[in-house]
Design a protein around this ligand. Structure first.
Ligand SMILES: Cc1cc2nc3c(=O)[nH]c(=O)nc-3n(C[C@H](O)[C@H](O)[C@H](O)COP(=O)(O)O)c2cc1C
Ligand SMILES: C=C(O[C@@H]1CC(C(=O)O)=C[C@@H](OP(=O)(O)O)[C@H]1O)C(=O)O
Length: 388
């Protein structure tokens, strides 16, 4: 399975082309729209999200509610394009002053300066349009297809917020994905702890008032993956590593950890590893899940628990110093709009990139052209693992 996305933030549309989804998987527009709508929400988003109404158009690969096995292409219109038609059009530049105006002031924390240096763009709009996190909508669309595959295989996945601006949520670690989904969907910051929720919203308001921004930690939980998915035989087949890479590819993500993660540095081995047990019904299992569902690049059969940390949004109303690449003079940028915190939205993005890696690993381990064959092969494997 693989996918490509195309599209600029204020261009006409985002396009996702997905290859390798087996035929006969039930798939509806609503499956993807639900994910897109979730990604748009969350406390702390800026005015752009009031303009966009993200709804998918499936333009190939699906017929009468089932995948065909051919490439799936998905289109997502940018409603904001109507305001950017002249600036983002494909026609030669012409004489219009507004269209000719270039962006020569790189924003710290964005791709602007490095992208300009690399591609030789003296107009940094040519960088920022594609480096914008608008692209995560196209990735969520791909992830929604993967999620549909996972749910049809009895695998549940949910992303939610653990921390915003240093405020950490506390909750019952025994909650299921379904329960976490229900609770987080009710929360404006997609967290599981009512007390923390209010504090998080206050922290977002405070940062906004001060012209600043805050980041946080999001967590994804997966239930229902059998043990032994992924591999230890090659670095690029280790499933935790693939998940780590794709989490780090989300805009503004600066770290990833599984289970106890970085805290492992402060613990003894006996506090980190999960002892192995067995019973007739479950087969092998662990009483603890400190390692977050991975050993040796493979799933252990326990829930996957993976966290990602998002830095504070780089565009600030209280701007940071930078240098104009034309005049070489320092300046402090003024901005028109930005999210003040996108951590709740990022929890949805992370859920979808993780879903993609899991579905990809399953289709590699059980390569079948038809979805029902994949289902059968996975059922048989689950049975083998239980009786091993
Ligand atoms: C869902 C989401 C929304 C974001 N919204 C903004 C925003 O409104 N303003 C901004 O400056 N950065 C925003 N970012 C972060 C930037 O896209 C990101 O920091 C930038 O592209 C530089 O990439 P890097 O932080 O990964 O190095 C957002 C990120 C995500 C995941
Ligand atoms: C458009 C989205 O997020 C955008 C990500 C983003 C950035 O710099 O990454 C900047 C903002 O866009 P704009 O400059 O148009 O206000 C966000 O709204 C989205 O999430 O769909």
């Amino acid at each position: 399975m693989r996918y490509l996305t195309a599209g600029e933030s204020h261009g006409k549309q985002l396009t996702t082309i997905i290859e390798g989804i087996p035929s006969n998987l039930p798939l509806y527009r609503e499956d993807i729209d639900e994910s897109l709508i979730r990604r748009q929400g969350g406390y702390g988003r800026g005015r752009r999200m009031q303009i966009e109404k993200d709804l998918i158009e499936i333009t190939s690969g699906v017929r009468h509610g089932y995948t065909l096995g051919s490439p799936i292409s998905l289109v997502l219109k940018n409603d904001d394009f109507t305001h950017w038609r002249n600036i983002m059009g494909e026609d030669p530049i012409g004489e219009d002053e507004e269209v000719r105006r270039t962006i020569s002031r790189p924003r710290p924390g964005h791709a602007d300066l490095n992208g300009a240096l690399k591609y030789g763009h003296r107009d940094m709009r040519n960088v920022l349009e594609r480096s914008s996190a608008r692209e995560t909508a196209a990735r969520v669309a791909a992830g929604a297809v993967a999620k549909k595959m996972l749910s049809s295989l009895g695998i549940n996945i949910i992303g939610y917020v653990r921390n915003i601006g240093g405020i950490t949520s506390q909750f019952d670690e025994g909650l299921s994905c379904e329960e976490k989904k229900e609770i987080s969907e009710e929360s404006p910051v997609r967290t599981l702890d009512k007390d923390a929720e209010q504090k998080m919203m206050n922290a977002i308001d405070q940062a906004k008032k001060e012209g600043d921004s805050i980041g946080g930690v999001v967590e994804v939980m997966v239930e229902g993956m059998p043990a032994g998915v992924g591999s230890y035989v090659h670095y690029d087949r280790k499933l935790d590593a693939r998940i780590g890479g794709s989490v780090m590819s989300i805009n503004a993500f600066k770290g990833v950890e599984f289970g106890v993660g970085f805290e492992a540095a402060n613990l003894n081995g006996s506090q980190v590893h999960d002892e192995i047990d067995w019973d007739d019904e479950r087969g092998y299992y662990r009483k603890t899940n400190r390692l977050g569902g991975f050993e040796g690049g493979m799933t252990t059969g326990m829930p996957i628990i993976v966290k990602g940390v998002m830095k504070p949004i780089p565009t600030l109303y209280k701007p940071l110093q930078s240098i104009d690449i034309d005049s070489k003079e320092p300046f402090k940028a003024s901005i028109e709009r930005s999210d003040s915190c996108a951590v709740p939205a990022a929890s949805v993005v992370m859920e979808h990139v993780v879903a993609w890696e899991l579905a990809r690993a399953l289709t590699e381990q059980f390569p079948h052209d038809r979805f029902e064959q994949l289902q059968e092969a996975l059922d048989q494997y689950r049975e083998e693992v239980r009786n091993f």
